[in-house]
Design a protein around this ligand. Sequence first.
Ligand code: SF4
Ligand code: SF4
Length: 382
Amino acid sequence: MKSKVAVIPCEVYEEHRVYEAVKKGISLLGGWESFVKPEEKILLKPNLLNRADVQKAVTTHPAVFGAVARNLLENGFSLLSYGDSPGYPGSVEKTAKICGIKEIADRMQIPLADFTQSRTVDFVRGKTSRKYEICRGILDSDGIISICKMKTHQLERITGGVKNMFGCVYGMNKGATHVKYPDAESFAQMLIDLNLLLKARLHIMDGVVAMEGNGPASGNPVKMNVILLSADPVALDATFCRLIDLDPADIPTVYYGPIYGLGHWKKEDIEIVGVENLEKYRNPNFDVSREKKYLGKWALIGRLAAAAKKPVILKNKCIRCGACVNACPLEEKALSFRKMKESAASGNAKRGVPVYDYRKCIRCYCCQEMCPEQAIVVKRKL
Ligand code: SF4
Ligand code: SF4
């Protein structure tokens, strides 16, 4: 059976228009009843990566979150909660407040789920990963509706439906997972197992304004004018790829979808509804890495190619906040404030820009993801 993806045009974050777009998408996919039951506790899982202003397109826009919640409430699905485990240390509440989602949730009386505790969950069917530390709020719910953001990603090239579920993994365990699955391929396989374990009922992608370039936190907002909806996160991400002229087969989180039994990416296995064809919404100039990805039997070449790239700090942008050092998941960190100078005036230690030790660095790009100043870029070694 084909996977259905609804592509719904939506040009602005105007409350009513986003609401109508989500309503149309759900109706094209068979209505809410196809995904949830009124007596079920449903967790809404937006992307709350870090404490960024909503204009930066780092997080799911509150208008999309609000439109999904309002549609559900109006149809009698009232047992809602929301949450995510942000990469930035600190509370999910603060992150939700800064991007505007908390205000909408409070207005609709949707409580924040518990993302401060976790439980280890075994997944015996997992092909790559058989154990996850999952946030309590996820385990307390009967089902998840993922509301992801259309963005670029240094490790996986894009982040959307499949990657958004990583926010269900508890806080600092995310770093340990990066260490265990250090390359794009194994990390993608772990993400696909996680999706198979948690089985979100529906994936809704905020692509009204997407992020291109140095994503997922330091890129540039770009209008894509669409909201995508699908029960199949692989088909959803493959459709995002087609909208930006990227071969879905080059994206590890997409390529391994059918191999692991999560979903489909081939054109003939996907039915697009909502628009006649994707052409009008295609952006071939979307700033994303378009180099060939070596997967499957070519994985070794892929790993060598990945090792030829490295994160670099732009000294003129760095405010020496240390978020990148904290984000590095290695026990012996691969970047640190090693160049301490004594401030002549105050006598206090003044720290310089963090310095990388590329021999230790596993190229997970957690540091780049967490930099609040867009000061970390990825460069290729000669
Ligand atoms: S590179 Fe970014 S995260 Fe690291 S210290 Fe500088 S500003 Fe902070
Ligand atoms: S320095 Fe950055 S890219 Fe390297 S291991 Fe640490 S967080 Fe990952």
